[in-house]
Design a binder for this molecule. Sequence first.
Ligand SMILES: C[S@@+](CC[C@H](N)C(=O)[O-])C[C@H]1O[C@@H](n2cnc3c(N)ncnc32)[C@H](O)[C@@H]1O
Ligand code: SF4
Length: 293
Amino acid sequence: MSYIEPVFRPPSEWKSLILQVTNGCSWNRCTFCEMYTAPQKRFRPQDLEAIEAQLRHIVEAGYPVYRVFLADGDAMTLSVRRLHEIMDMLNRWLPHKPRVSAYCLPRNLRNKSVEDLRELREKGLSLLYVGCETGDTGLLARIQKGETFDSSLEALQKMHAAGIKSSVMILNGLGGPGFSEQHARESARLMNAAQPNYLSTLVVEFPGGTKRFTEAFGEGWRKLNKMELFREMEILLEALELENTIFRSDHASNYLVLKGILGKDKEQLLQTVRTAIHQPGCIPLREEWQRGL
Ligand SMILES: C[S@@+](CC[C@H](N)C(=O)[O-])C[C@H]1O[C@@H](n2cnc3c(N)ncnc32)[C@H](O)[C@@H]1O
Ligand code: SF4
């Protein structure tokens, strides 16, 4: 495949065909995110012919394709018409109808109806990854996400109404010490209202330095230390009232690896976090050198 690098995908899409239907992110303003800031990653939809050429290459080479991830940062920004063209093309080349997923910003769905999404679902679009990052509207403004509690909830409810599954990302440590508790509580409130199918938490990291982020954030942001991150996780888990959500906090950025199904495993997960807080050394943590974005 000839990609415009770098290309990012969710960890769980490691077996999927990554099809770059757009380059970059249509928003690209979140102050914590440097994923698509390189000059060659300026946002643009890819030509249909170029997408089809990539697909033909894979199919003719005989690679088995059961899942497809539509890259880059928010493929759902494309029009309903263009998304149909892509789904039709996929189903023409891969008639066994692979499961298709993509990153999606809440604003990507603003002009798409439940019916639009249901039709795409029928063609195989089955899972959308949404970087909510936090449920706290004040914090969302500080990080320039361009979304609110309500806009995030509305988008998640719309995809569920269309039968599309959701996988939400929340960023541990995003608000520094000043916002930590309200970030955890509001994120839990958003998740409780939305009941996502998957929820994962990552620790916010700044491989390129914190300057851009802290300048936009205003006073009072600093990185949380491990104990503060665990305390934030404890507040989040305590407040989560989920019925059947696969919870993962095992991304390489996490010090403490947590996995389970919420609500069933809530007490067990909380027990692990509390042990990490109150009996340091009893739960193995990732070393700095083992961590990454
Ligand atoms: C490639 S982005 C795409 C998701 C989509 N554009 C969105 O914002 O919903 C995937 C996710 O990576 C995470 N991410 C981005 N920058 C990060 C950082 N500096 N530290 C930790 N996680 C980060 C965020 O959770 C973000 O939603
Ligand atoms: S977090 Fe998502 S929406 Fe924000 S800049 Fe990065 S890719 Fe774009």
